[in-house]
Design a protein around this ligand. Structure first.
Ligand code: ATP
Length: 334
């Protein structure tokens, strides 16, 4: 189990990581979601033993993970970090890049394991090409295959989806999911922690999601919990499309105001519906999303709401009526 306790890291005047504590169980997937500059990469480096914490510590299976100032070769043998740039050897094939991680193993096992990894990461067809001859998605998967080759306890990934197109994002998402489950069958369970600024993949595969803001972990929980009960407007926005309105505008939707009219209320688009008996509003935007349409409907000068519909006959300027699917409103703390 990987446990980080009260990690703090500052760069001169910037406090990049503030008192962050997390724990990752064997076989778990955790995603840390935050805006640019929220401290994601710094935290990953601390977890990997590649940066020295000012205070706090990281432990893997009870043993302290030393920082680079304490060891000759920075990093920990059981923790692998896949960087955004992949850091592959440019003059050797995909296969050899992966095999290099297993150079101290017997050849027969090495060949077996490399074949297994090529299959798992869907790289068998491109195994003889050098990195410049493969796509970004294939480079990413080669870096992941190399990182997990000798079954580390922890796989850390920095923005594994950010440079990829949608099909490749889905392949990598499924791969992470598969490899954590697949590698669990063996005697050691690999855990995976990745950082991202886009929660869409995180919501679907992570067991736990942490929301980072200005170096602080402001919320940690299961994806469903964070999505439906975000603590702040920032956590709500980082995890998907959301309407945030002040409680004083709830009567517009036929609901009573709260004691404090300035309280922020979070309404996910799917909590709203087009409803002939609901509140009238004017369609301000219609976005085609493939499986559905996203509408922006102005219900007053101060309130525009986003909702989803399968109706394909709506036009900008048209008046529609909006109702709530359920009255489960969620109150934000700020
Ligand atoms: N070497 C450094 N020297 C000074 N400040 C730094 C250094 N590295 C990061 N920072 C600052 O620390 C804060 C956190 O940076 P970090 O790179 O960890 O965030 P991030 O969430 O990974 O951002 P991004 O998504 O843009 O990569 C930022 O304010 C950044 O400017």
């Amino acid at each position: 189990m990987l446990i980080a306790t009260k990690l703090v890291k500052a760069y001169k005047t910037v406090l990049a990581v503030r008192n962050v504590s997390i724990s990752l169980e064997p076989g778990q997937i955790m995603a840390l979601v935050g805006a640019s500059g929220s401290g994601k990469s710094t935290l990953l480096n601390l977890l990997a033993g590649l940066a020295d914490a000012d205070t706090g510590e990281v432990r893997l299976k009870g043993e302290r993970v030393p920082g680079p100032s304490e060891v000759l070769v920075p990093g920990h043998k059981d923790i692998r970090l896949v960087h955004q740039e992949y850091q592959l050897m440019s003059n050797v094939s995909v296969r050899e890049n992966i095999a290099y991680a297993l150079r101290f193993f017997e050849k027969s096992y090495r060949d077996f394991r490399v074949n297994e990894l090529l299959k798992l990461c869907r790289l068998t067809d491109v195994q003889d090409r050098v990195p410049r001859q493969v796509s970004g998605g294939e480079k990413q998967r080669t870096a992941i295959a190399r990182a997990i080759a000798d079954k580390p306890a922890v796989l850390l990934l920095d923005e594994p989806f950010s440079h990829l197109d949608l099909p490749n994002r889905l392949i990598v998402r499924d791969l992470l999911f598969d490899l954590v489950r697949h590698e669990q069958i063996g005697s050691r369970a690999t855990s995976c922690l990745f950082v991202t600024h886009d929660a869409s993949e995180a919501l679907s595969i992570a067991d736990k999601i942490g929301i980072l803001r200005d170096g602080k972990l402001i919320q940690l929980g299961a994806p469903v919990e964070i999505y439906h009960r975000p603590v702040t407007a920032y956590a709500a926005r980082m995890t998907g499309l959301v309407n945030i309105l002040k409680a004083k505008y709830l009567p517009l939707l036929g609901l009573p105001e709260y004691d404090n009219p300035e309280t922020l209320i979070c309404l996910r688009p799917e909590q709203l519906k087009l409803d002939d008996t609901g509140t009238p509003g004017t369609v301000r935007a219609v976005y085609f999303k493939g499986s559905h349409y996203e509408l922006e409907v102005e219900v007053s000068r101060y309130v525009s709401l986003r909702l989803l519909t399968s109706r394909n006959d709506l036009q900008i300027g048209q008046v529609v009526r909006i109702g709530l699917r359920d009255n489960a409103l969620w109150q934000l703390k700020g």
